[in-house]
Design a protein around this ligand. Structure first.
Ligand code: 5GP
Length: 114
């Protein structure tokens, strides 16, 4: 069996995580190294390693992650807007091989990202 990812261990209660929301399809936790006043990660329970591993059967799940992101942004009071990011692969600095949607807000952000 493949080794559990960091996020899988948090979801399984083997590691601590600041979980702000969960449902049957995903968990939302605060990033341990926040890059904005609000920085949470929307993580599907299904351990998909990267966006390149998505299949058609994951379409509804990915849509669900964005709907949850919107609800969390509202709950966090991100009225001025927010950014959502999926990093994919080494050039994008993906460090955890379990897809996760970053939601960042609470400050003005630049574009393009570095
Ligand atoms: P990636 O670079 O793969 O897109 O994002 C991984 C994210 O996980 C990073 O923003 C990093 O700060 C966060 N992270 C790394 N280790 C931990 C941890 O132990 N707990 C939490 N909550 N986040 C972590």
């Amino acid at each position: 069996m493949a080794e559990k990812t960091l996020f899988q261990k948090i979801m399984d209660g083997e590691l601590d995580g600041d979980i702000v929301y969960e449902d049957e399809q995903c968990v939302v936790l605060r990033d341990i190294n926040p890059q904005a006043p609000t920085h949470v990660l929307v993580v599907p329970r299904k351990p998909i390693p990267s966006l390149n591993d998505l299949t058609e059967e994951d379409e509804a799940l990915v849509g669900h992650l964005f709907v949850v992101a919107k609800k969390i942004a509202a709950a966090e009071g991100l009225d001025g807007g927010y950014r959502t990011v999926f990093n994919c692969g080494p050039d994008a600095n993906q460090t955890v091989p379990h897809i996760h949607l970053h939601v960042l807000g609470g400050r003005r952000m630049g574009w393009p990202p570095g």
